[in-house]
Write a protein that binds this ligand. Sequence first.
Ligand SMILES: [Zn+2]
Length: 175
Amino acid sequence: MSFKLPERFTIPLPPPDVFIAIRNEHGHYCPMSTCGGRMGWAARKRLEAAGISGRLMALVYARSCALDGIVQTTGCDEATGTLRLLPGGQQRLDLRTESGAGISVQLTAAALRRSGAYRQARAMLESQRAALSATELRQREAALAVQLDILLDELRTCPDEELMMMTELTAAVKG
Ligand SMILES: [Zn+2]
């Protein structure tokens, strides 16, 4: 079985409550859990738009903050055996039916760069924390919080194509 996406359809962006639910599960707002939410949402909504229903299986290739976003938006998780972690290390999600048909979503280099820049700024602040005065520390933390807010807003609202590459997965051929 293969599937055909409807012509000229648009996938809506995840509504704000999706990101709130991810934060509640994940414990903090961060770029990668946000990206994971976008990946899972984009994949699931495309399968729904193509009329694919039934039990879905998620394959992920890295254990990172993105996992909580993927769990929240796909409904797949390790506890129920519907999400499996495979080696590879890429920020990639394969969402497929039991026949193997589905969609593979991988974060773009640009998305990884944007998330990485924030992670580095945060690590830099942590490494300098002990040497900073209370005032400096407050200023740096405030600046970092602003950087995070701007980045999260971009990651929540940018078009899918800026964030991820998508490939259709076809069912395994029998015999
Ligand atoms: Zn996180």
